[in-house]
Design a protein around this ligand. Structure first.
Ligand code: NAG
Ligand code: NAG
Length: 465
């Protein structure tokens, strides 16, 4: 029947337009696969005295990453805020620094802050680059210090000195001296316990930025590949405990001279690494990188909306005077080294793998502001495609209560108004068809000699008489 075909056509076209919009605004990243561009072997071949080729530590690319602004201290901080104009934090592909209200760290001495207090083994957790909160932007730089320019209250930050079990539980730094990848599941369980205790049910609604700083000590001591199984287990525990979580998997530190960036100065500080040939070292390093990327792909391939893994195979910093970043004779960073690491890590999170360390003097570089085209942490979920949605667009699309629309008319709003029109047309057509068919059948019924209920009935008694 023509009318029904017409109605069906309308229903479908509304359905299809909706689906397309949904994809455009929210789920673009689902269609993107984490992709590691493998360079042909001929190009990766390094001269034998090179440890690694720094430019090839991460060969991925991120779209829309032109960085316009930056800052160098608290006073010069001038990054535009995404909120309240933009809607962020729905997915791990649209996670702004402003959405992070909890930080956590796991791993080895680098996250526990050993080496920060000269000539002792004291763990200066308050100054460790991924999670320390002592001092401020103008003094010692750490990731929480930078984040505090974007968010007002952050839980889990480390303060003071001491081991993980001596400092209070509300500090989510469970890193330990000498920890290896095999220790990560146990650390994750402890971290989950702390977060449950202090954040509780709120973990469902709040974003956690977790750093797993691993490899510097294990790589150095054992010269073996990491335990992928343990990393997987740890990530599983973290996902269960804190479902809104961006986990940054940070690999071994590579410290080099600005003039010879492919030579890792950590190597002579590690007995077994020192004895390796350049070729064997590169092989081992590649194993670490591959393991990280494999685990990253496994987790991100599950397409979790709010749980993402970002592998950074190596923290590669350089300086004209690289020894000034290191603790003498140990594979550890000192205060300056931690400040460099914080700056490098922040810029890497904001700029993505395109952040090209080889042509930048880290000491003179600014801290980057989130890019205008993609004002989020550059995660695998937005490397290839990054879309921005304004708060009013989002509200118009998803909120249950109508929110007054303001500002310019976007395509989306026009769509929404038309949607009302479509529904009205469908209702109108439905009413028309009901009255037409109703009238038709009613008239048909009037003309019929028998009532609907008469069929099959016995003859009325009266006629027999
Ligand atoms: C995740 O998304 C990709 C791309 O759309 C798809 O190929 C893959 O099958 C999805 N994985 C799962 C587990 O749904
Ligand atoms: C990084 O910059 C250096 C020096 O400008 C250049 O040779 C190299 O190709 C760049 N690497 C990438 C991955 O863009």
């Amino acid at each position: 029947m023509k009318l029904w075909q017409f109605l069906l056509f309308f229903l479908f076209s509304v359905e299809i337009t909706n689906a397309a919009d949904y994809e455009l605004y929210d789920y673009d990243w689902l269609t993107q696969k984490a992709e590691v561009v493998t360079t042909p072997a001929a190009l990766t071949k390094a001269p034998d005295d090179d440890d690694v080729i720094v430019d090839q530590l991460d060969n991925r690319k991120a779209v829309n990453n032109e960085i316009i602004g930056g800052f160098s201290n608290q006073k010069s901080f001038s990054c535009p805020h995404a909120k309240p104009t933009l809607h962020t934090g729905e997915t791990v592909g649209q996670l702004s620094p402003e959405d992070i209200t909890i930080v956590a760290a796991m791993g080895d001495s680098l996250a526990s802050g050993r080496g920060l207090w000269a000539f002792t083994d004291v763990e200066f957790r308050g100054a460790a680059f991924p999670i320390g909160g002592d001092a401020n932007m103008d003094g010692l730089v750490t990731i929480p210090n930078i984040l505090s320019q974007f968010t007002s209250k952050i839980d889990g930050v480390s303060h003071g000195m001491g081991s993980a079990d001596v400092l209070p539980d509300y500090q989510f730094n469970v890193a330990q001296i000498g920890a290896e990848t095999e220790d990560l599941p146990q650390q994750a369980v402890e971290l989950a316990r702390r977060m449950k205790r202090y954040i509780g049910n709120e973990l469902k609604n709040r974003w956690v930025l977790t750093f797993i700083v691993t490899g510097s000590e294990e790589f150095c001591e054992k010269c073996e590949a990491p335990s992928k199984t343990s990393i997987r287990k740890a990530l599983g525990v973290l996902k269960k405990a804190a479902p809104r979580n961006l986990v940054v998997l940070l690999g071994p530190v590579h410290v080099a001279s600005t003039y010879r960036q492919n030579i890792n100065l950590m190597r002579p500080r590690c007995k077994c690494l020192e004895q390796m040939t350049g070729k064997d070292y590169r092989k081992l390093f590649d194993l670490w990188k591959k393991s990280f990327i494999t685990v990253e792909n496994e987790f991100n391939g599950m397409n979790y909306t709010t749980f993402g893994v970002l592998a950074i195979p190596s923290l590669a910093i350089h300086s004209r005077n690289p020894q000034s970043l290191l603790v003498p004779k140990k594979p550890l960073l000192n205060r300056k080294g931690h400040s460099y690491a914080a700056k490098w890590l922040w810029n890497r999170l904001i700029a993505g793998p395109n952040y090209n360390i080889s042509n930048i003097a880290l000491s003179e570089d600014a801290y980057y502001c989130p890019s205008v085209g993609c004002p989020y942490f550059r995660t695998v979920q937005n490397f290839h495609q990054c879309s921005v949605i304004t708060e009013s667009d989002w509200a118009a699309q998803y909120a249950t209560t109508p929110v007054p629309l303001e500002g310019t008319k976007h395509r989306k709003q026009v769509m929404d108004r038309n949607l009302g029109g479509f529904i009205a047309i469908i209702l109108f057509l439905a009413i028309c068809s009901v009255s037409v068919f109703g009238t038709f059948f009613y008239c048909h019924g009037m003309r019929a000699t028998k009532g609907r209920f008469d069929y099959g009935k016995q003859k009325p008694v009266e006629e027999e008489l």
